[in-house]
Write a protein that binds this ligand. Sequence first.
Ligand code: GLA
Length: 721
Amino acid sequence: MTAPARPATSVSRPITGGLATGVWCLSTPNSSYVLAVAADGRLLQRHWGDRLGDVDSARLGEAAAVPPYELPLESQEPLPVDGGLRWGPPSLQIAFPGGVRSLELELVGDAVAAEPGAHRLDLVLADTRFPLQVVLHHRVRDDSDVIERWVTLRHTADSGEPLRIIRADSGNWLIPQLGDYRYSVVSGGYSAEGQLRRGRLPDGEYRLTSRTGITAHHANPWMMIDDGTATEAHGSVWSVALAWSGSWRLTAHRLFQGRAAVSAGFGHDGLSWPLDPGAELTTPPILGLYTGGGFGAASRGWHQHARAHVLPHPGEDRPVLYNSWEAIEFDVDEAVQLDLARRAADLGVELFVIDDGWFSTRTSDRSGLGDWWPNPGRFPGGLATVARRVHRLGMRFGVWVEPEMVNPDSELYRAHPDWVLHFPRRRRDELRRQLVLNFARTDVRAWALDWLDRLVADNDVDHLKWDMNRGFSQAGWPERGDAQDWLWIDHTRGVYQVIDELRARHPALRIESCAGGGGRLDFGMLARTDQVWPSDNTDAYQRQSIQHGLSQLYPAAVMSAWVTDKPYSHDEQRNQYAYHVAMAGVLGIGGDLNTWTDARHEQARRNIVLYKQIRAIVQRGAQYRVGDPPGAGLTAIQYVLGAESVLFVYRPHAEVAPGPDALRLAGLDPDAAYTDPDTGAVAAGRTLMSAGLPIGGRLPAGDWASAVIRLNRTAPRPRAG
Ligand code: GLA
């Protein structure tokens, strides 16, 4: 039986220990992480799991003797180096001048600092012979079970030769001894992002990586580990996530001797970065979360952390959006967009976004990317006219941009062919007829910031859909010679910088991250964007598994979900199913409103009214997956925010899966009474969570049956004592 999670309150003494004892214990409200110096001087991870008392963590220091020769030790180290008697995957690998490898680090100092709502521990290591300092940073917060770690590498000489960084992970997390190890990750592809996969962690190394320059569609930089028995509601789950939006590598290392560790960091194999004297490299944060409450609690822990410490505007209701891309693609012009805007406003839409096709010669994917001025034939009054009308209709105004890209057929490329990633004497392979602009370059960033700033200012733009439609290839930066691999880090940092500066100049601007669908969703991007376009796949049934996978880490408030015309505009029940799927995220409309029947308009109106009533619960509430996973029968997702709860139930195929007639809910106050405002039915929280909520009568007959059920806490029963 798992102890109930502690509320997110202040932790007394979140960091204890120090150099004198050689033990450090970091605690969150519900977990502890202990490091200790072993007898041979090396730093080892001694515990990551349930919260420990001071005495227990001190004892872990005593136990840190040097294990026998046969047991590979490096997986226990917080940042195993390439050096000495280590043969596992290194988290830190450096070549010093003269080709010297084999790092020899020793602990030279520690520092604990209080930050607002958090505590930080820095452990300082130095190479015994070469001018390299390695600082292991840790942060624990008073209100989150997520532990943040990152690393700073410093070349401490004033002059001399650079050292070459070959691998610089943000941290290696030791998973304690378990009977077995199971991983949970997402796999996928374009239009099939976020497919949850679970399997036995194989002996040896299981590696996920992106070499695309972005987070990528085929994987996402996180992994959960359990012993194979955890469920939604029970069991210990360790999860690790890298907050980075460029190429990355994550390695789970399982030892025959019964240990596993997960190390991750930016960059992919084969790259290297020279570090000049006096320079430093700071890695992106790697986040670790332990919970004893199963996969559901792990997800809620991540969602809560995202709201409290990642998202820029977590308390804001995400608006209901309209975007015509899925309906008419590039065929945008002033008349068509204004007509759609009027229709959208009439449905209750709050944000109107013009997608691709509004600028220069961009009437297809052949030309114009890079030339960011309105197409005069299509928008004779510029975007400002449309923006004004959209605002007058009571909606916010949004625009699609793809700042990191250029079509070779563009004025920009003709003027600056050297601005793209390229190698001399190599082809420049196009994908979707476009090349990647090198955002590591200051001139490229200055250009992007300038036109984006003017676009937003001159047209009162409230929302940008920031797209990025292809991976890097021929990723060279000839001017930087030997140092050109820095572009793999600095492109991403450059994108962050431009977005951060744009937001600083336009505090009311909101941004959606898109990369050919969900190719750039991660905690790095979420720190500076408000929502994400998870996939170009808008089929509601397939979207369920995409949303299911993404929701393992990322909250519903960031998942844009549109009802489009795919593929069933004639079937009212199936359309309703699509609304219910989209309403479990951030509802948007993407169909061709000009072709919709009155009944479809009315259906949209009704659902938008309902969504506005429940969206605070969906977007800010705790999420419980209380049914089967998508595809397996009766899927159900429940959100709870304070006294309110909303339940989405989906039964796509009536004959295959009639499902249970009552669903056991979660997250309610067992001693309170809950009323369904639609039926007036009242039941105790305890009853709803143990006997379940009868749902048989709530679902329509046939395929594509779905329902939204609301429950409001109406009468808290006075507690005894
Ligand atoms: C990508 C996005 C789409 C749309 C198009 C426009 O594919 O994922 O939503 O914006 O680009 O070209």
